[in-house]
Design a protein around this ligand. Sequence first.
Ligand code: NAD
Length: 300
Amino acid sequence: MTARIIDGKALAAVVREEVAEGVAALVAGGVPAPELAVILIGEDPASRVYVSNKVRQTEAVGMRSRRYLLGSDATERSLLELIEELNRDLAVNGILVQFPLPPHMDIARVVTAIRPDKDVDGFNPLNVGRIAAGMEGALVPCTPLGVMRLIKSVHQDIAGLGALVVGASNVVGRPMARLLLQELCTVSIAHIRTTDLERRCREADILVVATGVPGLIRGRFVKPGATVIDVGITRVASASGVDKLVGDVAFDEALEVAGAITPVPGGVGPMTIACLLANTLSAARMEAARRKAVEAETAV
Ligand code: NAD
């Protein structure tokens, strides 16, 4: 059996199209185009590329963007002050602080400082809690949100399926598991101290892997017919001397066993930025609805 390859690039294009239509509808209704503010601290070249891609794609769907570049010696206080200014700025719908942060900054303090309704990365504890409690109105972290779209491109209904998430980070693994639970999958989470990973993987109808360990999941780990989503991205030197990106799944082996599988690159990666755009639109829609409700109240 050869698995269906899930085309993340094509699905991301669909999401961007949906966002562009949503933005056009908001603007046609008299609401200003949504605006995303992206903050980058330091000169990490990979982060610079990510930020440029985010800004370019934001503008391509008709939204506005701002970019703030802080030096690697910027203080945490100066970052928190900038976030506070953007929290108060009525023109800004989404605030994103590009990770990784420099070591002298505290991630928890930074994500907590972002107003929950502008938290397009979904890392503010209020959004984390809303997702954990299955409450409406949360902004969901972009990568797990994109993975859910990828899974739903294969399965109409995932209720009752067994899902294993390998990796338990706050950015991917934990929110991923909560979203799968919300869809009534029977969910397990594996991590660095999990024993007998192979057996646990073989029981999963849906296997989502986010560890950053290239080739961790071998073909024999995969349940025949399972849907395999490879979130991992690691840059490795290839024989040709040009760096290449590899995932956490031994793709060629898993391809022979799985029912559907995402490639690396071209799977989860493109969906992550597309979902950032979708979150910025969601934030703008929620803000527009709030303002309308206030206007209606004051008109009475
Ligand atoms: P992280 O380092 O914060 O967490 C890794 C998790 O994997 C931890 O919970 C750890 O316990 C687990 N782990 C590590 N080795 C393991 C092993 N041998 N067996 C089982 N579990 C193991 O990483 P992260 O931020 O969650 O990112 C994971 C990977 O996903 C990285 O390659 C990252 O680049 C990639 N990523 C991709 C996207 C995307 O858009 N495609 C987004 C975020 C992260």
